[in-house]
Design a protein around this ligand. Sequence first.
Ligand code: ZN
Length: 404
Amino acid sequence: MIPRLLISALGLAASLWVVTSTAQTLVLVSIDGFRWDYLDWPESSRMKQIAAQGTRVVKLRTVYPSKTFPGHLSLATGLRPTGHGVVDNYFCRTDRPDCYSMGSGRKDPSWLAGTPLWTLVEQQGGRASTFFWPESDAAFSDLLPTDYRAFDGRTPHRERVRQAIEWLALPDGDRPDLVTLYFSAVDSASHTYGPEAPQTREAIADIDRQVAALWSAIDDMNRRDDADIHLMLVSDHGMAEVAPELFIDTNTLPRPKGFKRVNGSTRVTYYQRDPTADIESLAAALDAQSKGRYRRLSAADLAERHFEDHPAVGDLIIETDPPRVFRRGGGKNADLRGMHGYPATVEDMAAFLVAVGPRFESDQVIAEAHQLDVYPVVASLLKLTVPDGIVSDGGHLKRALRGD
Ligand SMILES: [Zn+2]
């Protein structure tokens, strides 16, 4: 019990404390293609130690399709791909003649919808600093983060971490509320060499060192400067081993006049460009050629994956399962050993999440959460009001936040 007199004497101090205690900061780090089980590999030993100080989500379920741009934007906006508009890394729309490819939003933000976390922070008076995140250099609602970098995959990892630490070391009033970092090396190595390859393990070990250096700096600032800086590690999807001898050569698939055909590696989408083009005979031709290698997605399949009611969905989609992929020329050049993009029911597609810092529960393991849970939980941590239309209320990930 605290005596009543002491409480009133502390009134002023308490209200000041309330003001400073709202200065929560989150460093959101994406490790592209970091499959859910990689955290248990010896190459991730430092990250695993960090996870033990916070909350680990063992399997972070992905949106459909489990691709880089859709996934990152769903993490950032709390919306499904048909909500934020980026339904694949490359796609077209039935209501416009041009097509989207990774990063198109920078030149033409009309591809994009929703309010990513960095925009939400800026709209509500905070500061966001992004050292890469897909489309974080695009103007959402005519707004860019205070600090951002145009994507350049060659930027050394150490430089990214150094800049993040520099931003975090700014005095309390200037310190960003949100910092994002992005690493693609694990994804690249596992696409080329396979998820279990030594090159992939090397890439994981390098990221493990980068994250350890970052957390060590954050931990120091939290102790020394009484800062409230949090770290969230997340990935956009996992990775499945694929077999080049089973690849489906897209040159062998029908390409009738009046349709635009787009290869998304795990699926092929047909957009009907000419309203008189015969979609029934295209469907029949595809079915006849399938021989169990792929399936044509029904309206029910698409509804189950919340992939409908959007002009980018397309008119006809065929999809395959690992270890198959669609590739022009088939498996002739065996330089592709890993792929993602398959439905979330493929266990290898699951991503991971680790949340650590003063407001996150320590020593906690949550078996499963969803990418769409990230947005409301981060908003709650940073005391941001979420916009309408957010899909999740935080789901199981809400347990990551400490109760007040
Ligand atoms: Zn990715």
